[in-house]
Design a protein around this ligand. Structure first.
Ligand SMILES: Nc1ncnc2c1ncn2[C@@H]1O[C@H](COP(=O)(O)OP(=O)(O)OP(=O)(O)O)[C@@H](O)[C@H]1O
Ligand SMILES: [Mg+2]
Length: 505
């Protein structure tokens, strides 16, 4: 028997200025199905889901959704409350929880009036506990969300949608910030829920997830639906051909002999607020002509290490030596002047200023350069020419260089940051999860740039949760765990995985 259709997007279109973000997109979703929505950065995936959720009003087309009595009925467009009421839940590419209140409050606020919540607190708790045990998604309910791990926050986002009785759940790059183990757990929990009638659309750039966890996939290219197939008939090659029209070449660098040490972290400790913010007696040498891979499950001190090397955090003990000389003025601007380039993990908070234009963000780390600013005046023609050149060279696509950078798609924001860093040809590059959220082609481009920087004589510190990326690129690997670094003498995937998980090998 054919499963019933629960959702139909019919000929949806959306234009932003000169960009046709969605072009006559028709997609259907079956009951209990897990549908993967794929496409290059900027292909229009998030825009399509934002129309489904009522955030954007389509220019044309309509949406039909299954009602309580099982018929397909038109969904009121451009109205998030209507989408919620119709049973659509959305977990956004970037989290939307309020950090200073608890998970319980985040989940229930808005769904219940404050008055009824006070009376029915017990009932609400019971409902959440039921959802948690049916779905397998567990999270502490009574501490502020700001203190939860990324994985826990995401589970709260999903619980929030399920609390509102969503029967269609949309997840925009849900695993971009999860460890492989967390991602696997999430998908098996989703599968549990689809067995109870939930239908899921998820956006991802990770082929492994598409091939192991979806039932069917749809590919968008330049805003158009260019093909759909059952996952059982799909392969990485077929998908790549649909996404970009050709196969992407995997990057595999030639091995070269490293030069002398350029950066030395000497017995450094940082006492953070919690374990995940602390470093304990860390020493590390980076050589020229070397990519040093730092493997590890996130939350083991990687971000403090990155902040330290970027000058955002000062060591409580120990020193940083650049070519044998201790750096005195550790601050972000000075580090950039000394030849450090930084690709931050959190591109929204640390990478760009969303309200400033694309052109401005492309020079934001060198505002005191007289080429950019003269006697207090920004040289706008230089800044615009620079942005034009970099956008072409690094394939940053979006609504225009004079537009606010927050309007770029997730992956294109990352490309903007990469362009800014690579163009300065820094001697030392700190790359923290540089390919997260990038499509296959863009990820290969970044990897190629890192290799180029190395071949030019620079040193690269590559922090990545993607063990395949580390194994493919790094000349040397260390594992980070509990704020410490551990040398790796084996290149076996299993051995490194076990070290990451804290087992001695
Ligand atoms: N509010 C907006 N104003 C102007 N342009 C926009 C707006 N929202 C999206 N765009 C543009 O529409 C295009 C599609 O963006 P969208 O975010 O849907 O891409 P995506 O497929 O989700 O990409 P990614 O994989 O990078 O997240 C991009 O070129 C983006 O810059
Ligand atoms: Mg997106």
């Amino acid at each position: 028997m054919e499963a019933a259709t629960v959702l139909k997007l019919n000929g949806l279109a959306k234009r932003f200025g000169s960009i046709l973000a969605n072009d006559d997109v028709t997609i259907h979703l079956q009951n209990g199905e897990v549908l993967a929505l794929l496409g290059e950065n900027g292909a229009g995936k998030t825009t399509l889901m934002n129309m489904l959720f009522g955030h954007y009003l389509p220019d044309s087309g309509n949406i039909e959704i299954k009602s309580v009595n099982g018929d397909l009925v038109p969904l009121e467009l451009g109205n998030p409350s209507a989408a919620l009421a119709a049973g659509i839940g959305m977990v956004h590419q970037h989290f939307t929880l309020a950090e200073n209140i608890t998970a319980f409050e985040n989940i229930t606020l808005g769904a219940e009036s404050l008055f009824s919540l006070r009376r029915n607190q017990r009932k609400a708790e019971k409902k959440i506990n039921n959802i948690m045990s049916n779905s397998g998604l567990e999270a502490p309910l009574d501490i502020p969300v700001g203190r939860l791990s990324v994985g826990e926050r995401q589970r709260v986002e999903i619980l929030k949608a399920l609390y509102r009785d969503a029967h269609i759940l949309v997840l925009d790059e849900p695993t971009a910030v999860l460890t492989p183990q967390e991602a696997d757990a999430l998908f098996s929990n989703l599968r549990r829920m689809t067995n109870h009638g939930l239908s899921v659309i998820f956006i991802t750039h990770k082929m492994r997830e598409v091939l192991s966890f979806s039932d069917r996939l749809v590919v968008l290219r330049h805003g158009k639906n260019v093909g759909s197939m059952e996952t059982s008939n799909a392969s990485e090659k077929k998908i790549a051909r649909l996404m970009v029209g050709s196969e992407t070449q995997k990057v595999s660098p030639k091995r070269i002999t490293p030069g002398g040490p350029i950066l030395l972290l000497n017995d450094i400790s940082v006492a953070g607020r919690s374990k995940r913010d602390s470093l304990q007696n860390i020493s590390l040498t980076l050589k020229s002509h070397e990519i040093l891979g730092i493997a590890g499950i996130s939350g083991n001190g990687q971000n403090v290490l990155a902040d330290l090397i970027s000058g955002l955090v000062l060591p409580d003990k120990g020193s940083i030596l650049l070519k044998g000389v201790a750096i005195q003025n550790i601050n972000p601007l000075n580090m950039i002047k000394l030849g450090f380039g930084r690709i931050p993990e959190d591109r929204h908070r640390q990478g760009i200023v969303g309200g400033l234009s694309v052109s401005e963000n492309m020079v934001i780390e060198r505002l005191d350069d007289p080429l950019i600013q003269n006697f207090g005046f920004l040289r706008s023609s230089v800044i615009n020419d620079n942005a034009q050149t970099l956008s072409e060279k690094y394939d940053v696509r979006g609504p225009g260089i004079d537009q606010a950078s927050r309007l770029l798609s997730g992956g294109n924001i990352q490309k903007l940051i990469l362009a800014r860093v690579f163009e300065q040809q820094p001697e030392i590059i700190l790359a923290n999860q540089p390919t997260r959220g990038l499509d296959m082609g863009a990820a290969s481009d970044v990897q190629r740039h890192l290799i180029e920087a190395r071949d030019r004589g620079g040193g690269v510190i590559l922090i990545s949760e993607d063990l395949d990326e580390i194994l493919g690129l790094a000349d040397r690997i260390v594992v980070m765990r509990d704020g410490n670094l551990h040398d790796v003498n084996s290149s076996s995937r299993e051995a490194i995985g076990l070290m990451m998980a804290g087992e001695s090998v």
